[in-house]
Design a protein around this ligand. Structure first.
Ligand code: FAD
Length: 356
């Protein structure tokens, strides 16, 4: 059986390419064991990362200038958007696609052949968006969150590293993420940005409860819960791979959804997402992850003070500039200059991969 695009995996990356492929008039086949699975994670992104074709109705909440705390408060001069995740999924319509509920067992992207467990063989251009599997070798992001109904307007914290979560200052750190979900509900999530191994849900739950209690925010224990665990490294560019599988996850933030949405048209056109600049940026980001994993836990607030003091365009380059090599380098240089001298040496060692 033949299609112009054979898309393996219907997560955000695969579905975005399928949707845009159909919009461009391509014959599209999508293969996923559970194509009807409704997405439930709370997806969010910076508004300036999203392509113009995104259905604005899929955005549940918009925050202009969220806060970030290191050891003091900073306003992030960007607009942050939280999706109605099921709405985002529904807006990426698949009308006209051949939907195959099956598991892909073999992909030969060079030859353009995909085989499924059920015995189907498809030929055409392959987009392998099957995500990443967990492994002890891969750093992961973990989080534990509760969804609370709130009458009062909560400040949005993109990151809040204040030390009121009961953790020992020398233990792996975690931060509080607070975002509106639309209506009168707010997500409060204690997050381990990256760890190898990452903090467990139990540790994060205790820290969250400690923090909310310290802030006088009551919880009953019956609130809806969000659990997060996914690898932030391990994706590899090339051979038709896309999304997390194709290396689009930012290893120092865990974000990939906006990058996949933004790159979908490039993939449909048959162009590469992995320009030499993008590959160099990816190498710098991996160095950033090494720095993060090695950073002394008690100084993490100082590190993020330095990051959020950077001008917004530099923050943007580092967080969202998939192929912005010049901006990423400028951001890293400026961050280095902002750090106290005693933290710089450890950073250089980690970034260069010494001791590894
Ligand atoms: C609770 C939570 C909150 C998150 N919040 C954010 C956020 O705010 N912003 C952000 O950018 N990221 C966020 N993430 C991370 C985000 O979920 C992932 O980066 C993203 O899902 C990766 O998308 P993907 O399509 O590449 O892969 P996946 O979402 O992993 O999708 C892979 C798809 O492939 C299918 N598949 C697997 N194996 C096969 C096979 N053999 N054959 C066929 N199909 C197969 C799976 O069924 C799945 O549908 C969050 C994650 C969690 C868990």
């Amino acid at each position: 059986m033949r299609a112009d695009l054979i898309i393996c995996g219907l997560g955000p990356a695969g579905r975005a390419v399928a949707h845009r492929g159909l919009a461009a008039g391509r014959k599209v086949t999508v293969i996923d064991p559970r194509p009807e699975r409704v997405w439930t994670p709370t997806y969010a992104a910076w508004a300036d990362e999203l392509p113009g074709w995104i259905d604005r109705g899929a955005v549940a909440a918009t925050v202009d200038g969220p806060s970030a705390w290191g050891t003091r408060e900073h306003r992030v001069e960007r607009v942050y958007q939280v999706f109605d995740t099921a709405g985002l999924q529904a807006s990426l319509t698949l009308e006209g696609a051949t939907v195959v509920a099956d598991r892909v067992v073999e992909v030969d992207a060079r030859a353009g052949v995909v085989r499924t467990a059920g015995g189907q063989t498809w030929t055409g251009r392959v987009v392998d968006a099957r995500g990443l599997t967990r492994s002890p070798r891969r750093a992961e992001q973990t989080a534990y969150g509760v969804i609370l109904a709130r009458d009062e307007v909560e400040p949005t914290f993109f990151m809040d590293w204040r030390a009121d979560n009961g953790a020992d200052p020398d233990q792996t750190p975690s931060f509080l993420y607070v975002v509106p979900l639309g209506g009168d509900t707010v997500l409060f999530e204690e997050t381990c940005l990256a760890g190898r191994p990452a903090l467990t849900p139990d540790v994060l739950r205790h820290r969250l409860e400690h923090r909310l209690s310290a802030r006088g925010i009551p919880i009953s224990g019956t609130e809806p819960v969000e659990r997060v665990r996914f690898p932030v490294e391990g994706g590899k560019p090339g051979r038709g791979r896309f999304g997390a599988a194709g290396g689009l996850t930012h290893p120092a933030t865990g974000y990939s959804v906006a990058a996949a949405l933004a790159a979908a048209d490039t993939v449909v056109a048959g162009d590469t997402v992995w320009t030499p600049q993008a590959r160099a940026v990816a190498a710098l980001r991996r160095a950033g992850l090494r720095a993060l994993l090695d950073f002394p836990p008690r100084d993490v607030g100082v590190f993020f003070d330095a990051f959020f003091r950077l001008p917004a365009p530099l923050q943007r380059s580092y967080l969202s500039g998939h192929d912005d090599l010049r901006g990423t380098l400028a951001a890293m240089r400026a961050l280095f200059a902002e750090l106290p001298p005693d933290l710089r040496r450890g950073l250089v060692t980690a970034v260069l991969g010494v001791n590894r």
